[in-house]
Design a protein around this ligand. Structure first.
Ligand code: SF4
Ligand code: SF4
Length: 112
């Protein structure tokens, strides 16, 4: 198993998760993060840290899409290990439905 980041992260990017991951396996896209499934050690520390509840174990139902997305983009986006300021409009998008369809961007973030 692994943990995955879902579309609840899109446009939130609070980044509380990256600070706690013991193996630095978060990767940064333009407006969301993903977890590298092969690097994640399934410790679960990040899950309760996420204010958007965007991180789930892939053993939960219907996570195949997010596992695929995390696997693909963890290979393409830069590693991120330290949090930065969340976007100014992050709270406005917290809990919004359908964020993948509306906003997903395959572009890489800046990383660190
Ligand atoms: S804490 Fe949650 S919303 Fe913030 S960047 Fe991490 S996964 Fe995304
Ligand atoms: S479950 Fe642990 S190893 Fe995996 S991403 Fe979260 S903090 Fe990192």
């Amino acid at each position: 198993m692994t943990y995955v980041v879902t579309d609840a992260c899109i446009k939130c990017k609070y980044m509380d998760c990256v600070e706690v991951c013991p193996v630095d396996c978060f990767y940064e896209g333009d407006n969301m993060l993903v977890i590298h499934p092969a690097e994640c050690i399934d410790c679960g520390v990040c899950e309760p840290e996420c204010p958007a509840e965007a991180i789930l174990p892939d053993t939960e139902p219907n996570q195949e899409k997010w596992l695929e997305l995390n696997t693909k983009f963890a290979e393409e986006w830069p590693n991120i290990t330290q949090s930065r300021e969340a976007p100014e409009d992050a709270d406005e998008h917290k809990g919004e439905e359908g964020k993948y369809e509306k906003y997903f961007s395959p572009e890489p973030g800046q990383g660190d």
